[in-house]
Design a protein around this ligand. Structure first.
Ligand code: PHE
Length: 340
């Protein structure tokens, strides 16, 4: 019996020294120490031994169990450690590897200016609305009190799709849509594309962008118009900018004005870029909404009055960023766009 125990110990330790993974280790434990294991078998047979031998064999059996258990634990620890190292090795991050560059895009300068403008007006309580680029002749001209023989209606200025449908020549038809759809008080701005049959040069493009503003309420006067324009110019270009209103003619406003702003280069002193005048010219057209236009849109001119303005977003972007050629805004040359 002692012999058997010794053999079990030897065999178990031999097996253990050869194991290389935890699963195998567990199988060895079951084989030798488990309920039906070899050692248990021996202990079961102890009843057959003479009484005096039993304690001696029992002690030996315990020693063998102890030794096997001790070795098992030791190897288990080692294997676990090894597994952990392998896992760590696998998960290692090489911090010297070059990273992947993330390319972040940015807004087109025109879109930036458009959003800046919209934000200024939103902060003044204006709603942002949209209108279609394809319009009716009625909304683009007739409802806006544009006389039948007005030169802007000319085939050479306007892209007609049919006799009654055209590409809008300005954003002003949005005024008509809003006045017909909503009841005063109204305070809206609307930005978007506009089209005129212009030859392309440094400052002209057949497609350009405007932002339209419209305010209708009781007791709206020219003073409200001047204050709103002055405030928005200062907000966009800086508080040291001045505005100047020059009388002008638009069929849909009366009185009408064009607005100049202090020259961006010299801030009004007079320099080459403003031809010594101190002013950047024709940034914006505006006026008090013509009573006939109000009438055309179902608003009583005896009860309500209002003002409207339209500005060239491309022009504003050009003076703001010192761009001297409008084509740069539409060419999508990355060397140009990456500067913004
Ligand atoms: N629609 C005019 C233009 O395109 C600008 C304008 C808008 C003028 C609103 C007055 C009032 O030139």
């Amino acid at each position: 019996m002692k012999e058997t125990l010794k053999n079990i110990e030897k065999e178990a330790l031999n097996h253990l020294s050869k194991t290389s993974d935890l699963k195998e280790l567990d199988q060895i434990r079951i084989k030798f120490l488990g309920k039906k294991g070899e050692l248990t078998k021996v202990l079961r047979g102890m009843g057959k031994l003479p009484k005096e031998e039993r304690p001696i064999v029992g002690q030996l059996a315990n020693e063998v169990r102890g030794k096997i258990e001790e070795e098992l634990e030791k190897i288990k620890g080692e294997l676990k450690n090894k597994e952990k190292l392998i896992k760590l090795e696998k998960e290692k991050i090489d911090i010297s590897m070059p990273g992947k560059e993330k390319l972040l895009g940015h807004r087109h300068p025109l879109l930036k200016v458009k959003e800046d403008l919209e934000n200024v007006f939103m902060n003044m309580g204006f709603d942002i609305v949209e209108g279609p680029e394809i319009e009716t002749v009625h909304n683009n001209f007739d409802a806006l009190n544009s006389p039948e023989n007005h030169p802007s209606r000319d085939l050479s200025d306007t892209f007609y799709i049919t006799d009654n449908i055209l590409l809008r020549t300005h954003t002003s038809p949005v005024q008509v849509r809003v006045m017909k759809q909503r009841k005063p008080p109204l305070r809206i701005v609307s930005a978007g594309r506009t089209f005129r049959f212009d030859d392309v040069d440094d400052t002209h493009s057949p497609m350009f962008h405007q932002l339209e503003g419209l305010v209708i309420d009781k007791n709206i006067t020219m003073a409200n118009l001047k204050h709103t324009i002055d405030m928005f110019i200062k907000e966009i270009f800086g508080s040291d900018m001045e505005t100047r209103f020059r009388p002008h003619y638009f069929p849909f406003t009366e009185p009408s004005a064009e607005v100049d702003v202090s020259c961006f280069e010299c801030k009004g002193k007079g320099c080459d870029s403003c031809h010594g005048t101190g002013w950047s010219m024709e940034l914006l057209g505006c006026g008090m909404v013509h009573p006939k236009v109000l009438e055309n849109c179902g608003i009583d001119p005896n009860e309500y009055s209002g003002f409207a303005f339209g500005l060239g977003i491309d022009r504003i972007a050009m003076v703001k960023y010192g761009i001297n050629n409008i084509r740069l805004l539409f060419d999508n040359d990355m060397r140009f766009l990456n500067q913004f």
